[in-house]
Design a protein around this ligand. Structure first.
Ligand SMILES: [Zn+2]
Length: 338
């Protein structure tokens, strides 16, 4: 089969490799319908993370079950499945509390930018659809696997409530999904911090009410001006840099929550500033599995269209161009047809 390997920063290749096989009784193998390139794939691609070389890339997936391990009870060969990028048993105390991304058996999905992939902990990770989805829904179902689930978690963690004012820091794919989620959860006002025309337009399409193009102190001042100097009721931090985190902290009103889902790189906090800010923070890898049933239902009933976040569609064979386009910010998110 064809699979994607990262050999060195900037050197991602599609190549022939053995098809995955079942390794544990709780595994399944799937034939992918589509996969995609994640913003977090760009960290090793840019040489900002150490990694084992070559690294078999890809953690976002949906597709058809090929083979099931002997212990798997909830999915069958031939079913179309969507799963979380975090693999979980969905039975341990953390899973039952809704934090499947901290499952005691947690693993992270790998090797999904391929024709076939192995999914460990299948019963606790996958949701099977009742029937094959319409082809035009596949991008949205794929989005549920990570980017939509992560944006949704940011909104839930930030405690977005009906009528509230939410601010989304970051206009990448996750930030745009955060806008969608905040509106679905009833935010009356969603302020998006974005400097890029195409992303601003998609944010407006997903229900953003205000766009703030300024950054740093100017951006903070603009948000304060839009909120009568009070600040936001809920802040979704979807970047993970020190600048974006400080910005989130500066625009959150006392008593509010910051949902932070950008993987932190160089983020540092001042204890005194945190103390006096009186804001709460909840973040980390999104427990996508918690939200999957609801998200899949919203997609199948066509109430949301997260798939629009893929503004570049390529065949899997052109995966290297997908990385390049995202690295150069020519694309928000690249979908790979398998
Ligand atoms: Zn668990």
């Amino acid at each position: 089969m064809l699979g994607t390997q990262l050999y060195a920063p900037g050197d991602v290749r599609i190549e022939e490799m053995p098809e995955p096989t079942l390794q544990k009784p709780t595994d399944v193998t799937i034939r992918l319908a589509a996969t995609c390139v994640c913003g977090s794939d760009l960290w090793p691609y840019r040489g900002l993370n150490k990694f084992e070389r070559p690294m078999h890339m890809g953690h976002e997936y949906c597709g058809t079950v090929v083979e099931v391990g002997s212990a798997v009870t909830s999915v069958k060969p031939g079913q179309f499945v969507v799963g979380s990028f975090c693999l979980s048993d969905n039975t341990c105390p953390h899973c039952r509390y809704g934090f499947q991304s901290s499952c005691v058996q947690r693993e992270f999905m790998t090797g999904a930018q391929s024709q076939f992939a192995r999914v460990p902990l299948a019963d606790g990770t996958l949701i099977a659809l009742d029937q094959q989805p319409d082809d035009d829904l596949i991008p949205s179902l794929l989005a549920a696997s990570d980017v939509l689930g992560t944006g949704w978690y940011a909104a839930v963690a930030a405690r977005v409530e009906p009528g509230c004012t939410a601010v989304v820091v970051g206009d990448g794919a996750v930030g745009l999904m955060g806008v969608l989620a905040a509106r679905q959860l009833g935010a009356a006002r969603v302020i998006t911090m974005s400097r890029h025309k195409a992303r601003q337009e998609l944010a407006l399409d997903y229900g953003a009410t205000d766009i703030v193009a300024e950054r740093g102190d100017d951006g903070v001042a603009k948000v304060k001006a839009l909120t009568d100097q009070i600040g936001a009721d809920a802040v979704l931090e979807c970047v993970g840099t020190n600048e974006s985190m400080q910005q989130a902290l500066a625009i959150a009103r006392p008593g509010s929550m910051i949902g932070y889902v950008g993987v932190p790189h160089g983020v540092q906090f001042d204890g005194g500033r945190l103390f006096y800010s009186q804001t709460g923070m909840l973040g980390g890898p999104a427990p996508v599995r918690r939200f999957l049933p609801k998200l899949i239902d919203l997609i199948l009933t066509r109430q949301i269209n997260p798939g629009k976040v893929f503004d570049l569609q390529l065949p899997l064979a052109d995966v290297a161009e997908g990385y390049k386009a995202m690295d150069e910010r020519r694309a928000i998110k690249a979908l790979l047809r398998v």
